[in-house]
Design a protein around this ligand. Sequence first.
Ligand code: LLP
Length: 417
Amino acid sequence: MNYIDFKQGQLHVEQVPASQLAEQYGTPLYVYSKSQIIKNWQLFKQHWPKPHRLCYAVKANSNLAILQLLAEQGAGFDIVSAGELKRVLKAGGDPASVVFSGVAKSEDELRFALQQGIGCINVESAAELERIQQVAAELSQSAPVSLRVNPDVDAKTHPYIATGMKANKFGIAMADAMPIFKRAAALPNINLLGADCHIGSQIMSSEPFLDAAKRMFKLVEELASEGIKLSHLDLGGGFGISYEETDRLDLENYLKGVLELANNYPELTLMLEPGRAIVADAGILITRVEYIKATDDKRFALIDAGMNDLLRPSLYQAWHDIVAVQETQNARGQLVDVVGPVCETGCFLGHARHLTVKSGDLLAVKHAGAYGFTMSSNYNTRAKPAEVLIDQGSSYIIRERETFDDMVRGERLLKRT
Ligand code: LLP
C-alpha cells in the first residue's frame, strides 16, 4: 500500500485530498507523505540489522524537515557538500553518522567537515587524499577516511547516472587502488576506516550490485593480506524504484545476498546510502492545467510546472506517471503532451498521456519526492514551488513558496550618477 493513492475518486496524500492542498497552498506544489518516508526507511532497517549502518543520501531530498524525520529514525547521512552537512546539522543529525562523498571537495569543505567531527570522508582520488592529510595536519586532527573504488561494473542504467564504470569520473580505479590504500594507511593524519563504492542510480536488478559487492569484498581480503584491516565497507546507494509500476528491484534479495557475503567478514560493518528509494514514492508535484492547445496532430496540456520545478524528464527523458487528481479524468482519454511554461522544447513532464483534462484541472506528477525539488532552479525567473509534508490528517508547510524578492536577493544594480 502507498500512502499516496485514490480514495473516493480523489487523489489523497494520506488523509488529505490533493485538490484541497492545491487550494490551500497554490500550485505548483510538492507534497510528501511522512508515513511513506518512514515506511520506506523501516523496510531498509528491517533487512539491514545493526551494527550495519544506513546513511540517507541527502541530495535526493534535502528539505530540513525530511532530514529531521530521518534523524529521528536514527539515520546516518551521505552528503556531497558543506551545504548538505550544514543542513544535516541544522536538522539535528549527528555529524559522526555522516559520510562525505563527492569528487571535488574544496579545502574549505574538508576543513569544515573535520571541525564538525564528520564520521568519514569518502576519498575519490590520490590527490584528494593528500589534500585531506594536509588539512587534517593543519588542524592537528586525524581524518577518518574511506577510499572510493570504482569496481568497473555496468549498472545498466541511464548513462548520466551510471558511476561505476572505468569511463566515469568517480572513484579510484580498482587496478590503482592498492598503492593508494597503502599510502592512506601510512599517512600520519589519516585514519583509514574503510572502502566504498557507488555504481550508479535507479538500478533495477540485484546483479550489478552483487557483482560490485563481490569485487569489494575481494579487495578487503587483498588489503588484509597486505596488513591493512578495514572496519567498514560502504556499498553506496542506487536502489531503483518502480516509476512505471511494472518491474521492481528485489531489494530484500539484494540485502540478503550482501549480508550472506558479509558472513565471512564478521569484523566489517557494512553501510548503504539509499536516497531515491526512501523519498521518491513519498512525493508528488501538484500542478494546474493553464491551457489546452490542440493542433492538427497534437493536443497539449500547458501546465504551471516546468523543467525548472522537475528536471528529470527533460534531463534524462525520465518517465513519471501523471494523473489527474480527479480519478474519472484518468479514464483512457485523448493522448495529451503535458508540457511546461519554460521557453524550451525540452520543457515537458510527459508525452502522449491518456488524460481527459481541461483548463483549470489539477494533475499530479508521481514519484517526485526524490531529485525533484533538489534539482529545481529559477530558470526563466520562475519562483521555486512550496513544499508541504502530510502527517495523517494534517499538512505542514516545510518550505514557503519563493518570492520575487527571494530570487533577486544578492543581485545589485550598477551605480548610475
Ligand atoms: N551515494 C552516492 C555516492 C551517490 O552519488 C548517490 C547518488 C547516492 C548515494 C544515492 O543514490 P540513490 O539511492 O538515490 O540512487 N539526479 C538523478 C540521480 C543522481 C544520483 C547521484 N548520486 C536522478 O534524478 O535520477
